[in-house]
Ligand binder design. Structure first.
Ligand code: ZN
Ligand code: ZN
Ligand code: FE
Length: 761
């Protein structure tokens, strides 16, 4: 006889860990106990000494799919003569250390039952088990237990209760367990007609196949769904929900084979599509297909996802359409709609019918968006499936609440070394989004039992997120740590990668407020968590009209041409594409030359806008970064021919000077060169020039670690180019993985900087 005690840390609560422990112990003939504690899961086993020794390895081997074991501490313990194996009640205080589990896509076992005519949950749209189903979107309070979920109103039937109570069952302690007898039901509302259950599903399928728009209630909100192959339906969705022209719509397809029909997919991308997180994955289009042109006009990628709820599986199995548009159920940038009254009010003009259900949504959670880079996921929008699991940081301290940026807003709350980046909230300019932001902050603090002691925010005096942070701090008497936007980007990659040493950070971004009050956006910083020093920047170009330039890239085209030709309008005009010349060029030129309403900026994003404009790809945008995305899409294969860039010293900083590149690009295009070759050279020249400067700075500062962040690194052509150059020089490159390189990731960086500064005093 022998006994041992284990302490297991990681994502081990709410994922079926304790029943697995019990199953493993019982299979080895061991007795003992398992319980959740504030430190982690504590296991005591005793019995035959060989079996006790085998236990740890067996547990790791059979750990439930959703668990993530960070550490296992084992110690010998006295034999107590326990009988059987017991799952003990959770200790009080659990909530203060517990993780709130994210929503999980339907597992294979549930899927098999869903389509098994002999199963009692055959075609039941809310089938789930310990390995899958709703979590974050139904949890009302912690610890995670059925009475504290939106399932509390559904009393389990005898069959479900038996499964729930049986440690040997797949549904043991599965909080959302339900069946057609006792659980939530779907209904379809179409005008005055209301259909229930199977009839509702059938009607929804008929409607979708006839080109109608159906608002479908999902996990974290409604989707607007329609047949993706019908142009009339797709453009109606776009028009009615106020989706800007050209902004891609996400597609849902039945499985990997259907995804492969539309896009090129490698093994990593297939794994991402099939992962329990089920993000929308950006995948390269094959070309000719039957998808309506307005789904993703001029984009090289489709955003594809596979069904992640039983309801999605039933719909996809029923419709004749081989792809459905599944776009967020909201109007433009407002928060997702999450119940029927709200759907009727906000989506009344959009949807032809509502596929509703009576399981309430506790909080909104959008779909996540990811792409594959170097065979691993890179998140571009971190939300469903990922939130609110923490990023483990290499530093700790009192709880920080970091408010992030204004676009792609997400906040970050820390608890020890855990950083909880919130679900994607949206763009704060929309009033409803601003309100939703406040609700989400209070909600996460409550769920995680954290009271922030320090507030972090951006420096930008006009950011709504900063205004919010200052109000929040003032009301609670908390200190505020203001973090420069690109320092936050740099710290975000560091925290994401779990590193804490000083790096040269290359932040290639749209715009951010600089410590000198000017607009920054293409910066080389020497940074760690506590401090940041600007080493180099991009040559300044004026942004005529400030924010107006974001949607009118031709303004940046004019500005950069004037920079490139030392203010010589005649030379600029000689190389301008006709589409740019057709604009009010002289008025903008005057703003640039006189410097009126045209701030100096070192923005990388605006240089991409200028590039797209000079190539005549796009002169006005319906949404931010549209021109830059199309420039990336247009770029052909690397050709070896590269435009020149220079570097000069302005007495204070090294300055990356793309003026020769802009001249070469414009003259190349004006002489009739192939647009895709020009776009390719533009990318390759920037990647080569920016990396060369970075290498020079690394050598000078004695650093061989580079961090890449900023919205421009969503451009994988640029990212790959920069990464290859730096690696070729023996430099280690840190990339974003868990949080986005865009402003959706800055709250993590702000939190890390606040902790870093607090640590350094
Ligand atoms: Zn399942
Ligand atoms: Zn039941
Ligand atoms: Fe940014």
């Amino acid at each position: 006889m022998k006994a041992a005690r284990y302490l297991v840390k990681g994502v081990v609560q709410g994922v079926g860990f304790r029943p697995t422990v019990r199953r493993v112990a019982v299979s080895l003939g061991l007795s003992g106990t398992v319980r959740n504690t504030p430190e982690g899961v504590v296991i005591e086993v005793e019995g035959d000494s060989e079996a006790v020794e085998a236990f740890g390895g067996e547990l790791l081997r059979r750990a439930p799919p959703l668990s993530r074991i960070d550490s296992v501490e084992a110690a010998a313990a006295p034999v107590r003569g326990l009988a059987g194996f017991t799952i003990l009640r959770s200790e009080e205080g659990d909530a203060a250390s517990a993780l709130v589990p994210p929503d999980v896509a339907t597992c294979d076992a549930c899927l098999a039952e869903l389509f098994d005519a002999a199963d009692r949950r055959y075609r039941y749209p809310f089938i789930n088990c310990t390995d899958c189903g709703p979590r974050f979107s139904i949890i009302e309070g912690m610890p995670y237990d059925r009475p504290r979920t939106t399932m509390s109103g559904f009393a389990m039937c005898a069959d479900c209760a038996a499964e729930y109570a049986d440690p040997a069952d797949r549904r043991y302690h599965a909080q959302p367990v339900a069946c057609p007898v006792c659980g939530p039901q779907v209904r379809l509302i179409e005008g005055d007609v209301q259909l229930e259950g199977e009839q509702a599903l059938e009607r929804a399928v008929v409607l979708l196949d006839s080109g109608a728009i159906v608002a479908v209630k999902g996990l974290g909100g409604f989707h607007l769904a329609c047949d993706a192959t019908r142009e009339a339906a797709v453009s109606a969705v776009r028009l009615r929900k106020g989706r800007p022209e050209g902004k891609p719509l996400a597609l849902m397809v039945a499985g990997p084979d259907e995804a492969r029909r539309l896009c090129h997919i490698d093994g990593h991308e297939e794994a991402m599509l099939l992962s329990p997180e089920r993000p929308i994955v950006l995948l390269r289009r094959r070309g000719a297909d039957d998808v309506a042109p307005s789904v993703a006009p001029r984009m090289v990628n489709y955003g594809l996802m596979l069904p992640y709820t039983p309801l999605h599986h039933l719909l996809m199995a029923g419709v004749a359409a081989r792809a459905l548009v599944m776009t967020s159920g909201n109007i433009s940038e407002e928060p997702l709609v999450r119940d029927l009254p709200e759907a009727r009010e906000r989506l009344g003009g959009v949807a032809d019918a509502y596929l509703d259900n009576d399981r309430p949504i506790a909080r909104r959670c959008d779909d996540s968006v990811a792409c594959s880079f170097d065979g691993a996921p890179m998140l571009l929008r971190r939300s469903r499936g990922y939130a609110p699991l923490p990023v483990r940081m290499p530093l700790t301290g009192a709880p920080v609440l970091a408010f992030g940026g204004d676009l792609k807003a997400a906040f970050c709350l820390t608890r020890g070394e855990e950083a909880f980046v919130s679900q994607h909230i949206g763009d704060l300019e929309a009033l409803r989004t601003y309100e939703a932001f406040g609700d989400a902050v209070d909600d996460l603090c409550r769920l995680l039992c954290v009271e922030p002691r320090l507030v972090a925010c951006d420096l930008h005096p006009r950011y709504l997120s900063r205004r919010f942070a200052l109000e929040y701090a003032k009301a609670r008497g908390l200190p505020v740590c203001e973090v420069q936007h690109h320092h936050a980007h740099a710290a975000s990659v560091l925290a994401d990668a779990g590193r804490s040493e000083a790096v040269v950070a290359m932040c290639m971004d749209g715009t951010g407020y600089g410590v000198d009050g000017t607009v920054w956006g293409a910066e080389w910083l020497l940074a760690d968590f506590a401090s940041s020093r600007r080493l180099a920047r991009m040559h300044h170009a004026r942004i005529p009209g400030g924010d107006a330039a974001v949607v009118e890239p031709w303004r940046m085209g004019v500005s950069w041409l004037l920079e490139a030709y030392n203010g010589r309008m005649d030379r600029a005009e000689a190389v301008m594409p006709a589409s740019m010349a057709a604009m009010n060029v002289s008025a903008i030129a005057e703003m640039v030359v006189k410097g009126v309403a045209a701030p100096q900026a070192s923005s990388c994003g605006r240089l991409f806008d200028a590039g797209a404009s000079i190539l005549g790809l796009r002169q006005s945008c319906a949404f931010e970064a549209q021109a830059a995305m199309e420039l990336e899409a247009a770029a052909g294969e690397p050709s070896g021919a590269v435009y020149p860039c220079e570097v000069y010293d302005d007495g204070e900083l090294l300055v990356f000077d793309p003026r020769p590149l802009v001249r070469a690009l414009a003259e190349d295009a004006a002489s009739g060169a192939d647009v895709s070759a020009c776009a390719g050279r533009f990318h390759d020249a920037l990647a080569a020039g920016m990396s060369a400067l970075c290498v020079r700075l690394c050598r000078r500062e004695g650093v061989d670690l580079v961090a890449l962040s900023g919205g421009c690194f969503q451009n994988r052509r640029l990212l790959r180019g920069v990464r290859d150059h730096l690696k070729g020089e023996g430099i280690t490159v840190l990339l974003h993985r868990l949080v986005p390189p865009n402003d959706g990731g800055v709250s993590l960086g702000q939190a890390a900087v606040a902790l870093g500064r607090a640590e350094r005093g």
